[in-house]
Write a protein that binds this ligand. Structure first.
Ligand SMILES: *[C@@H]1O[C@H](CO)[C@@H](O)[C@H](O)[C@H]1NC(C)=O
Ligand SMILES: *[C@@H]1O[C@H](CO)[C@@H](O)[C@H](O)[C@H]1NC(C)=O
Ligand SMILES: *[C@@H]1O[C@H](CO)[C@@H](O)[C@H](O)[C@H]1NC(C)=O
Ligand SMILES: *[C@@H]1O[C@H](CO)[C@@H](O)[C@H](O)[C@H]1NC(C)=O
Length: 253
């Protein structure tokens, strides 16, 4: 129903444009991607979509991928006992530089719980969002969008394992308990960790309007993509339709 409605709105919009006298200008595709990094982000939340988008970028002139963080210091990912060796990411820009971006991708992880209370990061998201074409999140990254007020009254999803905790941190949000990813306007939110790859595929197919390229990227990554946003076995496993499992049980993995 929602899909049909969206389709109807899109078609009506297209007809309205083609009925006008002036030629419809093709909407410029988003070229400048930024990934927000904060200590203890989940590597795959960021690198899953980035690996797919990197292949898209090879086939899309002037598309850039960058990392935005509080400082230029390398940012450690969420891997315990890594002794400082694993998945540090080197930022391209600091948040104070306010780099010009078209899309901001916000990963999750234990670090999002800390970033949630970091007013510098939340203010960055707040002031950047109006300048973006799209904002996206993977996993618990959605709680930062919620804290920045961007998800108020919007449909969104997040990690299913930590559903109870994360949805409580975004009270004004219309959380969708069963969804691989959710699109509301220019906001794309995806479910836990690996779901970001499916979202990046769908984004390429929908926004870049090139399913061939999206499939090619997935085939190069050798990943089997879930193309249906409603595919979500994890909502049953983690009981999200009945509120999810209590935070006390998700604190230790
Ligand atoms: C890429 O950027 C350069 C420099 O701004 C510009 O000259 C060129 O036309 C762009 N190419 C495409 C395909 O947009
Ligand atoms: C964030 O702030 C809230 C409200 O003050 C607090 O309950 C929570 O423990 C804080 N989270 C972290 C990770 O410090
Ligand atoms: C879609 O991507 C494929 C693979 O990169 C490319 O050959 C094709 O020209 C693209 N189509 C459009 C309409 O850009
Ligand atoms: C989900 O709910 C079912 C039925 O109430 C219960 O048996 C199961 O243990 C729950 N799963 C989790 C992960 O809490």
């Amino acid at each position: 129903m929602q899909l049909l409605h969206t389709l109807a709105v899109v078609l009506t919009g297209a007809l309205a444009v083609s009925a006008g006298k002036s030629k419809p200008k093709p909407k410029p595709i988003p070229l400048k991607w930024g990934v927000l990094a904060f200590p203890r982000y989940v590597g795959l939340d960021a690198y899953g979509p980035l690996e797919l988008l990197n292949i898209v970028a090879f086939n899309t002139p002037n598309m850039t991928l960058s990392i935005v963080a509080e400082t230029m210091d390398p940012v450690p990912a969420h891997i315990s006992n890594s002794a400082g060796a694993l998945t540090w990411v080197k930022p391209t820009y600091t948040i104070d530089q306010d780099p010009e971006l078209d899309v901001l991708l916000i990963p999750g992880g234990q670090g999002s719980r800390v970033a949630y209370n970091n007013t510098r990061i939340i203010n960055y998201i707040k002031r950047t969002y109006p300048k973006l074409k799209y904002i996206t999140s993977v996993c618990s990254g959605a709680q930062l969008l919620a804290k920045a007020g961007i998800l108020n009254g919007k449909r969104a999803t997040t990690n299913k394992f930590s559903w109870a905790e994360l949805t409580a941190s975004g009270p004004g949000v219309n959380w969708v308990p069963c969804a691989r990813w959710v699109v509301d306007g220019n906001i794309w939110t995806s479910s836990g960790i690996a779901a970001g790859i499916d979202m990046a595929h769908a984004f390429t197919k929908t926004v870049y309007k090139n399913e061939t390229l999206a499939d090619r990227a997935a085939n190069i990554l050798e990943v089997e993509i879930h193309k249906d946003p409603n595919w979500d076995p994890f909502c049953e496993i983690w009981n999200t339709t009945s509120g999810g499992i209590p935070k006390t049980m998700t604190m230790s993995m």
